[in-house]
Design a protein around this ligand. Structure first.
Ligand code: ZN
Length: 240
């Protein structure tokens, strides 16, 4: 069985469509979404609808939370805040209710999914370092957990110690725990502009990193036409 693991789509319809097409070509039959479906880019409603059509397990991201509430957060920078204001105006009441009702963590078969961290998922902390990962591993009760939020496709393994894995094909070994970031579909920040997602091959205990080119020019044109900040279009090309 093959699961496509998607995160941080952020209203980028062209990236999401390209990733879904690749997942189908790779014979994925199951999907999982790690949150932040909306925010930053110009097609939040279309992306929510596409994810709803997959009827897959979804957890809530901080942008999903902000876009579906009327309260501002001090955690958001000016750019994110401006995009959230726009996003709120371009989601239906039903779409906001659906986003607001998403859970923070879920177990899917024998693995776990979360947007930010397992130790305090509602606080939206970032896992960049081994030390950050140790805190989440403490609360990880399955051998595998996928997370998002940083927009960096990093992975950590815990056996006697906790360390980072840099390979694109992770072979999972029994007895170890894996905490794996899928990278971002709609706004990668690891200096690679291509959409990132991962495929879990359950039969072979392998997690594979995928990078997919998409119609970036169209996404940028829509951001500008929507009156969203120019910086949001620029950063997509730079992958940051
Ligand atoms: Zn995000």
């Amino acid at each position: 069985m093959r699961f496509a693991i998607l995160s941080d789509i952020h209203g980028n319809l062209e990236a999401l469509e390209a990733v879904l097409a690749d997942a189908r070509a790779q014979h994925c039959t199951h999907y999982v979404c790690l949150g932040d479906i909306v925010g930053y880019n110009a097609n939040p409603s279309e992306c929510v609808q596409l994810i709803q059509e997959l009827e897959c397990p979804v957890v809530k991201g901080n942008h999903d939370e902000q876009a579906s509430s009327n309260f501002s957060t001090e955690d958001f920078n000016e750019l994110a805040e401006e995009a959230i204001g726009w996003t709120r105006e371009h989601l239906s009441r039903e779409e906001k209710e659906w986003l607001a009702d998403l859970r923070l963590t879920r177990q899917v078969r024998d693995f776990t999914i979360v947007h930010a961290t397992l130790d305090t998922p509602h606080q939206w902390g970032y896992v960049f370092s081994d030390l950050d990962a140790i805190a989440s591993f403490t609360y990880q009760h399955t051998s595998l957990c996928f997370f998002g939020h940083t927009h960096w496709p990093t992975a950590f393994v815990r056996d006697d110690t906790v360390r980072r894995i840099t390979t694109d094909q992770i072979m999972m070994v029994p007895g170890k725990k894996y905490f794996i970031n899928t990278g971002s579909v709609g706004q990668p920040r690891d200096r690679d502009w291509r959409a990132a997602y991962r495929i879990l091959h359950t039969d072979h205990h392998v997690v594979e990193q995928r990078r997919i080119e998409y119609d970036l020019a169209t996404t940028q044109r829509k951001i500008r036409a929507a009156g969203l900040p120019e910086r949001l279009a620029d950063r997509l090309a730079q992958g940051r």
